[in-house]
Design a binder for this molecule. Structure first.
Ligand code: 0X9
Ligand code: ZN
Length: 408
């Protein structure tokens, strides 16, 4: 009987997996103020029915939609003479081909489940026990542990470098890249950085959302929390940070939106837990040097501010270090990145981690990095790109850390 119920539940779970047959992603390329404002207006008002994969205030916008909406949307654009082309013909095909024609097998060449990531944390801590410690950062809304690693040669006086992956569930290349880089750091005994820095690393922050993107909906972005009085599940954790929460633009008060900011800042235990962890380090007297939040996609290395078009007080220093990171990154496989202050380079969004890292935590170097690609596969980057993405991003990280070291 028990077995029957379990298999029924499994069958139900499999049957309920969201499919994206016939879904298309259009790349819209507005020209001039009127077209740009119009697309921006659509992105702000239609984000329940349409999935704005990426929205650039003065550049292109990628939007995914169900097959029955494609015709009408194209008509809307054509009637206003706005340029667009189909970027992804069929999103389900993209999802089905994620592991490529010749599936790769290496650990850092494949995507991993939440369980595998947590087991990897333990493995790393065991294998490199002289410098690595398994560290609990937070507990998710659904009660899962959010574990990561501390890498240190001991003492409590070194400057802190913190980075996190997987804040947005569907951006699978982010945890994969954070894991690759962490392994490199460990294999190479800290690459000479451990005299200067202690590392704190969270490979997968939004663990409930990540699990959901594996089991039910590959395109899930938010957390999986529910809040009394709100009809839809999930908050955008990258609109949930305290700094200027709901005081700029680019977040939504509608719980069904993919950029829902939540009922209050730090309403999400994933955000509350990881920020508390870092605040505690600060209160213990630690100097926090660097905060990085890894996302995908667009190939960008962005610094504060995000909530509005404003330069950080030390913007030149932060952008300078980002420039060095991008040059080193591009040197590995030729992958081109854009760098600059977030709202000025991309679009304004309030309650973002990058602003919190700089303005609330006080890290003089705070970044949001958007990994590969530039839209051909979007969030569904094929596994054969994981290794090169890891390699180049690691080169970028090392250049960044050297720049931070040399600037102080
Ligand atoms: O919107 C986000 O949270 C990030 N993009 S993503 O596609 N990964 O969701 C970008 C945040 C960067 N900040 C600003 N755009 N201001
Ligand atoms: Zn993201």
């Amino acid at each position: 009987m028990k077995l029957l119920i379990i298999s029924l539940l499994v069958a139900l779970a499999v049957a309920e997996k969201v499919r994206y047959d016939g879904y298309q992603t259009l790349r819209i390329e507005p020209k001039g103020v009127i077209q740009n404002d119009y697309i921006h207006h659509l992105a702000e008002t239609l984000n329940e029915k349409y999935d704005f994969w990426t929205h650039n205030r003065n550049g292109f916008t990628d939007v995914m939609m169900a097959p029955n909406l494609v015709g009408g949307f194209k008509y809307l654009l054509e009637s206003r003479d706005i340029d667009y082309h189909v970027m992804v013909e069929d999103v389900q095909t993209l999802i089905d081909n994620q592991d490529g024609i010749l599936p790769s097998t290496g650990f850092y060449e494949t995507y991993h489940t939440y369980e595998e990531i947590q087991a990897w944390v333990k493995d790393m801590a065991n294998q490199y026990s002289s410098i690595a410690t398994e560290t609990k950062f937070a507990t998710s809304f659904l009660g899962k542990e959010i574990n990561g690693l501390k890498i240190s040669t001991g003492g409590n006086t070194k400057r802190v470098v913190y980075f996190q992956g997987g804040i947005h569930a569907r951006e699978w290349v982010s945890p994969a890249t954070v894991m690759y880089m962490t392994n490199q750091l460990l294999e190479n005994n800290g690459e000479g950085f451990l005299d200067e820095f202690d590392f704190f690393i969270v490979p997968s922050l939004n663990v409930d959302g990540y699990e959901h993107s594996w089991t039910s909906d590959r395109m899930w972005r938010k957390t999986r929390s529910t809040h009394a009085g709100y009809l839809c599940v999930g908050v955008d954790p990258n609109r949930n940070y305290e700094h200027k929460w709901n005081e700029g633009s680019g977040s939504s008060g509608n719980a069904c939106s993919d950029t829902f900011r939540g009922p209050s800042f730090h309403s999400e235990p994933e955000v509350e837990g990881t920020t508390r962890f870092l605040k505690d380090l600060k209160e213990e007297g630690r100097d926090i040097a660097c905060f990085i939040d890894f996302h995908s996609y667009s190939q960008l290395w962005l610094s504060p501010y995000s909530y509005r078009k404003l330069y950080a007080e030390n913007s030149d220093t932060q952008v300078g270090a980002a420039k060095e990171a991008c040059a080193a990154l591009e040197g590995v496989h030729g992958t081109a990145y854009t760098y600059g202050p977030s709202a000025i380079t991309l679009y304004a969004a309030d309650g973002c981690s990058v602003d919190w890292g700089y303005a609330e935590l006080g890290a003089p170097y705070s970044y949001v990095v958007e990994l590969r690609d530039t839209g051909r596969h979007g969030f569904v980057l094929p596994e054969n790109q994981l290794l090169p993405t890891g390699q180049e991003t690691y080169a970028g990280l090392k250049a960044l850390l050297n720049s931070i070291k040399n600037n102080s």
